[in-house]
Design a protein around this ligand. Structure first.
Ligand SMILES: [Zn+2]
Length: 335
């Protein structure tokens, strides 16, 4: 038994997630009392939609509201510390074998709408993004020694590139016994190159969009907004680091963390200075830029005029007109 009496219930399939008391999505993780192996009250837990919902009712808040019971915080004092086990690894062959079949990978399919296919394939392989059963995507977490710590398995809608369904993990799927999980950044294996500046994004998808759009950086993803802290930043003291938080709340939070680091950490402000929505990210930004570009391609212009004036197609035909060049009135949004 661990020293911690109350902790969030580990994910063991859909039945271990509940309806959130606030946003009513089935994204709620409840706290478990490890002395009784029972949940605390229905509403004691945390919503996984950290940004969009943010509900978090801790055991402490629960007891402050409901009063303590005699042994609620009565911990055994002199329990021997468990011997720390080394982190577990996943067989590297499993990872390498997944770096293929991108035509059956919704995320890869979606990316090729915005970037040339050869570039998408190159980036996905370099960042260790694999394909899982059912058109799913695996974002492998590999450390600088090349050890595979785990992989995050997600499903995407190939048309919108939005995530659908639940997150799963390779160490759950492979059912490795006594797996001692120690996560690393997605993209951590690229940090062996200390000369290239590092960009930190919240989500894996954003790291990939970043890698495609701002290739001057080695991109890593921490996983979610609350996974970044000063300790993790300080470990990157030998690098030139720029944070790319999502717009709004995350920008404020990460800017604070950046100023607390032991070295100068830059925070990119491109997203903040757009009119995108709160919570939008680099993927949203790049998609909006690409769509904007499409609007001014010759084909799109002709289409636009066709819709405005029904004689336009006739005119084009009669005088054999072509659109030679269009000036791109698009901000390039360089980092
Ligand atoms: Zn919620």
């Amino acid at each position: 038994m661990s020293d911690i009496r109350y902790s969030l219930e580990k994910y063991k399939g859909r039945s271990t997630r509940y309806n959130c008391p606030k946003c009513h999505q089935r994204t709620f993780t409840r706290y478990v009392d490890h002395h009784t192996n029972k949940h605390l009250s229905d509403n004691t837990g945390r919503c996984n939609r950290v940004e969009k919902c943010g509900y978090h009712f801790t055991p402490k808040m629960y007891f402050e509201k409901n009063g303590y019971e005699a042994d609620d915080f009565n911990m055994p004092v002199s329990k021997p510390k468990p011997i720390s086990k080394p982190p577990s690894c996943i067989d590297k062959k499993l990872m390498l074998a997944s770096l293929t079949n991108y035509h059956q990978n919704n995320f890869a399919i979606g990316l090729t709408k915005y970037f040339p296919e050869h570039l998408v394939l190159e980036v996905l392989q370099r960042y260790y993004v694999g394909t899982a059963k059912g058109n799913k995507t695996i974002f492998w977490q590999v450390n600088r020694l090349g050890q595979v710590r785990t992989g995050k398995v997600m499903q995407y809608n190939s048309a919108t590139l939005k995530r659908v369904g639940y997150i799963n993990w390779v160490h759950h799927i492979t059912k490795q016994k006594d797996f001692n999980l120690k996560q690393v950044f997605f993209g951590a294996h690229l940090l062996i190159d200390k000369t290239r500046p590092v960009a930190i994004a919240e989500g894996e998808k954003n790291a990939i969009f970043g890698a495609l759009y701002y290739p001057q950086y080695n991109w890593v993803a921490v996983g979610s907004i609350e996974m970044l802290n000063v300790q993790k930043l300080n470990a990157l003291v030998d690098y030139q680091v720029t944070l790319f938080p999502d717009k709004g709340k995350a920008f404020v939070k990460w800017s604070k963390i950046a100023t607390s680091a032991c070295f100068e950490v830059y925070v990119n402000t491109v997203l903040e200075n757009t009119d995108l929505n709160e919570g939008d990210d680099i993927a949203d930004l790049v998609i909006s830029i690409k769509k904007e570009k499409y609007k001014v391609t010759p084909e799109a212009l002709i289409e636009k005029f066709n819709n405005k004036n029904r004689y336009f197609p006739m005119l084009i035909k009669k005088f054999n007109l072509t659109v030679e060049e269009v000036s791109y009135s698009v901000t390039t949004c360089d980092a």
